[in-house]
Design a protein around this ligand. Structure first.
Ligand code: AMP
Length: 501
């Protein structure tokens, strides 16, 4: 089956899985020749491409750990992460090499930088072809225990330093089986899979393993994730399945609407990483594309919930079915529970909201280098999300615990208000954050980015919310800003907004 990718200059290039295996084998052999082996950390700083994928397999196959670095992180965070992981080598896209040049003086563990693509960017950096010159492609992989670390990804917490999550060969394998299943992503060799989610965001949501596992054609988008580039690639390669965060998908459906075009091949799209707005689901439905809303975390490998239909829901009329499809989903390879502040389990009655706890074979046990376990005594991981579980086992995330607004002792869901505001046709992005209040403790403030500035007066969003939310949920302030800040994985950066509130 083909592996297709878009290079940094926009060209679409193609090879096969067999070529990928050969390229990965050459990388493994060169790494071994450079004395990299079991347990050594090798970083990548790259967009989704053939070379990047070859590095993943080449590194993991010999028992070294592939550490994905996110180029959108602040230089201080990258520096911290590389040093914390003691990365020995870095494979970097030519276009991102300047980030590594800046890091090198403060990252003494790095012995070698290898540039992906054929351009040499600095005389001391080898290109990938120089690095693998003369290396055989035949390479025996494995020969180590299944608990050996395969991947490493840091999650940037809201407070404190980023925390490292190791994925083992075992957890990746089990996560692959969970996610390809019919009630999860339902992947098969008949699919053409486009991982829009970057390989540096939470283990590519497993797609770097699940696509090769089922033997689907694989299409890698490189750095170009704007609506036009995605549309061209989806149409030219016949992509049937893709996955990404809502902000990227919004750009795609906006492009299709602006151009008056549709997608001829796309069938299923996973929307996750933050809540799928109803307006996005509607836009995809109008194109005949099924949205699978999914929830996960770096710590979960990362998929935990997928909103695939159960029989009770599959037969409902579309509008009634949407109510469930907009929830974050039902468990995939995990046990779930909600608990109150004292840790007592709460009812799965569609009303009680509590801390979402999860447990499973692809859930991290502790963060890298931490002495203490990240789990409770009986093996549960606190996700930091607040959720409601209904009688059918579907979960609705009402907030991050840290984003929830506590007004007069009662909770206001920022996510619910944002979803309603984003259904307004003139709103491109919305974010609700807590602002301190003398009487109520906290009150909601709504930030909005509008779709177009064409001289029209801004819409009255408070009036729009009347009747759609409880009166006491009404934001005290509405501020229209040029752009809502996004974090390193394309999610709204509420920390930055709170800082400016
Ligand atoms: P990360 O580890 O960066 O992928 O972030 C994980 C967090 O993203 C979760 O704990 C949730 O707060 C949030 N998240 C992921 N998927 C969703 C979703 N579908 N709806 C709402 N929040 C989500």
């Amino acid at each position: 089956r083909p592996v297709v990718w878009r290079s940094a200059d926009g060209r679409v290039e193609r090879a096969t899985y067999s070529d990928l295996r050969d390229a990965a084998g050459r990388i493994s052999n060169s790494l071994r020749a450079h004395n990299i082996g079991l347990g050594d950390r090798v970083a990548t700083l790259a967009f989704n491409s053939f070379d990047h994928l070859a590095c993943w397999y080449g590194i993991m196959g010999i028992g070294a750990t592939c550490h994905t670095l996110n180029p959108r992180l602040h230089a201080d965070q990258l520096r911290y992460i590389v040093n914390h992981a003691s990365d020995r080598f870095i494979f970097v896209d030519a276009a991102l090499a300047s980030l590594v040049i800046d890091l090198l003086p403060d990252c003494p563990t790095i012995e070698k930088v290898v540039v992906l693509g054929d351009e040499g960017v600095a005389p001391t950096f080898e290109t990938l072809s120089e690095f693998t010159a003369g290396c055989q492609s035949d390479c025996v992989w494995g020969g180590f225990g299944e608990e050996t670390a395969a991947g490493l990804c840091y999650t940037s917490g809201t407070t404190g330093d980023p925390k490292g999550v190791l994925y083992s060969h075992r957890s990746n394998y089990l996560h692959t089986l969970h996610t390809i299943a019919p009630d999860a992503f339902a992947l098969s060799c008949l699919d053409v899979i486009l991982p829009v989610v970057p390989m540096f965001h939470a283990n590519t949501w497993g797609l770097a393993f699940s696509a090769p596992f089922v033997g689907s054609k694989l299409v890698l988008p490189g750095p170009m994730l704007d609506g036009r580039s995605l549309h061209e690639l989806i149409e030219s390669e016949g992509v049937t399945f893709s996955a990404g965060v809502p902000t990227v998908w919004q750009g795609y459906v906006d492009h299709l609407a602006a151009e008056g075009v549709t997608s001829t091949s796309l069938r299923r799209v996973v929307v996750g990483g933050s809540a799928c707005p109803e307006i996005l689901m509607d836009a995809f439905e109008a194109l005949g594309v099924e949205v699978l809303h999914a929830w996960g975390m770096t710590e979960l490998s990362p998929v935990g919930l997928v909103a695939s239909p159960k029989p009770e829901i599959a037969d409902l009329p579309p509008e009634a079915r949407k109510k469930w499809r907009l929830k974050q989903g039902r468990p995939i390879g995990i046990d779930i529970s909600i608990v109150d502040d004292s840790g007592k389990p709460m009812m799965h009655d569609g009303e009680a909201a509590g801390k979402l706890m999860v447990r499973g074979p692809a859930v991290a046990e502790r963060y890298l280098g931490h002495d203490e376990s990240a789990l409770t005594g009986d093996g549960w991981f606190d996700t930091g999300d607040v959720a409601i579980i209904d009688q059918l086992g579907y979960v609705r995330i009402t907030d991050r615990a840290k984003d929830i607004i506590k007004s007069g002792g009662e909770w206001i869901s920022s996510v619910d208000i944002e979803n309603i505001v984003m259904s307004h046709p003139e709103v491109a992005q919305a974010a609700v954050v807590a602002i301190p209040h003398g009487t109520w403790g906290e009150r909601p403030k709504l930030y909005v980015q509008l779709r177009r500035i064409d001289g029209n007066p801004p819409p009255d969003l408070k009036a729009f919310l009347i009747g759609k939310i409880a009166k006491w949920w009404m934001p005290d302030e509405v501020e229209i800003i040029d752009s809502i800040p996004l974090g390193a994985t394309g999610k709204v950066d509420k920390k930055a907004l709170r800082g400016s509130a």
